[in-house]
Design a protein around this ligand. Structure first.
Ligand code: HEM
Length: 243
């Protein structure tokens, strides 16, 4: 007999591994990156983090050099990890990109009403959403486009030490600026993402799915109705896996 509220497959194990690998890389890159900004007027956290991290890795400029190597190695590993994921599950990657960049008219209504509900406690019924809701799409678009800028500018900065001639100083200046701006933008979205995904009580099944890979059918119907409708019905009448 089919259970009343069966579990529906939402994430492939490779998607889950990719997500947590990405989150771990972000954590290391953010902490070491902030630790590298020695100018306390530019560092949003002031001087304590650079001083603490440099102290941990031998102190002074030697500590700073170790910090830079950790940041560079983590950055390269992050990019390699993304390429490996695309090699292992290119279909999953293509599905993700297609979903986050397809915005329907109802999505904008969803976004305005959701923000009204969360901030002022007003707003009509939310239009049904697909695999991702518009808030998730907006963050995912920011993190993909921001990630591309961060990755490309990071590679320019990595090359700038050894390979790039002095004539390309302007390029390095732009790379630094774009690197900071893109990290700031994605980080702002990340604060909302972590609140919505891990703290907001109504999204708890979504959070659990980032470990188990499945969500209850009722949750899928309520939060991602168009996705549930699009799934092929299995023999038992319940929906089967999406990706
Ligand atoms: C503590 C850190 C994090 C937590 C708790 C978290 C949680 C989650 C959860 C639960 C989902 C699944 C939503 C669903 O499909 O129903 C998700 C998806 C996603 N996460 Fe994270 N995440 C974290 C860090 C990050 C970081 C650092 C990034 C990238 C900068 C990121 C990017 C994404 C993207 C692009 C998705 C798919 C779209 C979305 O649901 O917004 N996450 N995350």
């Amino acid at each position: 007999m089919t259970p009343a509220n069966p579990e529906i497959k939402r994430h492939d194990p490779s998607d889950i591994r990719m997500h947590w690998f990405n989150a771990a890389c972000w954590l290391v890159l953010l902490v070491t990156g902030l630790g590298l900004i020695k100018n306390e007027r530019l560092n949003p956290l002031g001087a304590w983090l650079p001083d603490l991290l440099r102290g941990l890795f031998g102190g002074g400029s030697a500590g700073g050099a170790v910090l830079l190597v950790i940041h560079e190695v983590a950055g390269v590993l992050w990019l390699v990890g993304i390429l490996v994921y695309l090699g292992v599950n290119g279909r999953g990657g293509a599905f993700f990109l297609r979903e986050i960049f397809s915005v329907r008219p109802g999505d904008l209504v969803w976004m305005v009403r959701k923000m009204g509900r969360m901030t002022l406690g007003v707003g009509g019924e939310l239009p049904p959403q697909g695999y991702y809701n518009m808030g998730q799409k907006a963050f995912a678009q920011t993190s993909v486009l921001g990630g591309i800028v961060i990755g490309l500018s990071g590679m320019v900065l990595l090359a700038s030490d050894k390979l790039l001639p002095a004539a390309l100083t302007v390029l390095v200046g732009w790379a630094v600026t774009l690197h900071y701006l893109a990290v700031g933008l994605v980080f702002a979205g990340l604060l909302v993402h972590i609140y919505m995904a891990a703290i907001s009580p109504e999204e708890k099944p979504g959070f659990r799915s980032m470990f188990t890979g499945t969500v209850p059918q009722d949750y899928a119907r309520h939060h991602h109705g168009l996705w549930l409708e699009s799934l092929p019905k299995g023999d038992s009448g319940s929906e089967s896996a999406a990706k």
